[in-house]
Write a protein that binds this ligand. Sequence first.
Ligand code: GLN
Length: 503
Amino acid sequence: MSTPSTPSTSHPKGLYVLFATEMWERFSYYGMRAILVLFMTKALLYDKVLASNLYGSYTGLVYLTPLVGGYVADRYWGNQKSIITGGLLMALGQFLLFFCGSTYQSAPELSTALFFAGLGFLIAGNGFFKPNISSMVGQLYGAGDKRVDAAYTIFYMGINLGGALGPIVCGLAGDTGNPADFRWGFMAAGIGMLLSVIIFKQLKDKYVVDPQGKTLGLVPGDKKEIKTSQILAYAGLFAFSLAVIGLLYVDARVFGILSYLLVASVLIIGFMIISDKTLSATEKQRIAVIFIVSFFVIFFWSAFEQAGASLTFFAEEQTQRDLGFLTVPASLFQSLNSIFVVCFAPIVAWLWIKLGNRNAEPSSPTKMAVGLFLLALGYLIIAFGVKGVQPGVKVSMMWLTSMYALHTLGELCLSPIGLSLVNKLAPFRFASLLMAVWFLANAAANKFAGVLSALYPEAGKTPQFLGYQINGLYEFFILFVLMAGAASLILFMVTKKLQKMMA
Ligand code: GLN
């Protein structure tokens, strides 16, 4: 148990080890993501449709593999081994992209193979890294320790510090205007990932310990670690990575297999839960709330995650980035979200406390509806920014910047709440399975983000979505206003009902 005399403001040193580990990993992830679609369109010369679809397949799979990594950690490896293995795989992925960026002119076929392999290793590695680092934060504290919420807030700052620095460093190194330079961005991302692993490996034994000083993340739960032979483990990992690479390739280039996989997974999980006869009526209703809320967040993240795709095309081609003394690389705009998180998070937290003191704090579903509304508002602003602007004419960067500010406020209303809602509502025996539903929703959203980004209007093309014709950027952005706006409105209308069901 934690000692009650511990001052409530101080945190175990292990938190800062996990903070730094996660910060460098996010540096690597968001740094690479900042230049990904630019690399595809400017170096590999993919068109925007293919680049968007690959972006969706890649980020979608990134949210799917944690289901596998979490399972392996729980049963076989524990958190520590999973984090180190996953981290090394991701570093390998970034360095493969570096070699891809070095060979795309001289050996295009080799370069394509390196590209898919690099992305595949990043996806596979993320599956082992991401779920395990997050779950270790809570384990640093004893049961009932009030500092856990603050710990996750500090950890979230680490995520966003990395998310802010990654695009700046990798953008400045790689997004120079010369496509041959993108590789330096991947190199920087790879070095960041290695730093993450080194920090964790060197400091974990000393600091990443439970309140009694016992090292965390070794033996999974109370179970005995199931020993697997080293060779078998590496063979399994290799086979898994190959499967992921294949899945990525098929989904982006042959047919959208990922969508079917996601729907099938949700149906199977739903069936597994429903068919459990021991569930009470209240539990069933609470589970239904998790499914409903997960459905709504798909609309949020699929519009939000345009950041790495269509909004980067927009930054590159339609945004006036010349400051006179320097031209801001398009990739740098991807750091705005994280910068705004660091600035706004304390304000939003303060607001909830203030409203709470007056007994006026909105319910979780209401906050999520507000989040969707702010997202729609962000797109409405940028839609007006581009209204009537001739193709090829660039608009002020204030439009993108204000939009990202609103999107971030929306994220702060929706993202932390969704996760804790799942934790609170899930019956204990279905906790992991329902967390999986949450991850699946994120995966679906990212995949869908790629599909939507592929509708980015270009000269001579008028893409359509469910009969809605996109003649220009105004219509493109209005599509997100309609989508997020409708989702927000419906969620507002059902909040009362959801609150009753959460009982
Ligand atoms: N930006 C946050 C992260 O990278 C949250 C993203 C999300 O939940 N989709 O962890």
